[in-house]
Ligand binder design. Structure first.
Ligand code: IMP
Ligand code: MG
Length: 179
């Protein structure tokens, strides 16, 4: 089926400006600290690359891959760590970088799991948030944009593993829930 994209939810200009602000804020908040920026793949890759370069203090970069959705647009409610971090986070300041917080289950799981490794602190940074969809309460420390309850693709976000390379965020108008 041909996909129809609506207007961009957030324009590239808005995104660039907001990410610059977030990078500044993070640089101030973590000055003098041992910050590990942990990207949640695959969705966060585009945001992560832009955010990391907007941060003006030396940081460590690391990544984990999680799956929560499989190939469906609807959450299964199950989250699984597919890969591990490459370095220990004990005693370090961890900032999780997510593309979007939807039900909140992924962030809840990751904060709980990574906290067991005794980081000095653990916080959450997400480009997007859909507050209407929240099933569990999670604390978001840095949030790019709140968006309405629409399925979005592009800038790292996928629909059935496609559209991640769209350079902007767009609403996917037709989501085949059975696919
Ligand atoms: P949560 O566990 O329900 O908060 O879902 C988080 C994950 O679901 C995100 O990291 C995304 O990978 C995916 N997700 C949620 N909403 C969307 C969307 O609108 N477009 C693409 N992926 C989404
Ligand atoms: Mg994700």
């Amino acid at each position: 089926m041909e996909r129809v994209f609506g207007r961009p939810v957030v324009t590239q200009e808005q995104m660039r400006a907001r990410i610059r602000e977030m990078g500044k804020q993070i640089s101030t908040d973590y000055a003098g600290k041992d910050l590990v920026l942990v990207g949640v793949l695959k969705g966060a890759y585009a945001f992560y690359a832009d955010l990391a370069r907007a941060i003006r203090i030396p940081i460590r970069v690391d990544f984990i891959i999680v799956t929560s959705y499989g190939s469906k647009a609807k959450t299964s409610g199950k989250v699984k760590l597919v890969t591990e971090l490459t370095e220990e986070i004990k005693g370090k300041d961890v900032l999780l970088v997510e593309d979007i917080v939807d039900s909140g289950l992924t962030v809840q799981y990751l904060v709980k799991t990574l906290s067991k490794r005794k980081p000095r602190s653990i916080k959450v940074c997400t480009l997007l948030s859909k507050p209407e969809r929240r099933e569990v309460e999670v604390q978001i420390d840095y949030e790019g944009f709140k968006i309405p309850n629409k399925y979005v693709v592009g800038y790292g976000l996928d629909y059935q593993q496609k559209y991640r390379n769209l350079p902007y965020l767009a609403v996917l108008d037709q989501v085949d829930e059975e696919a």
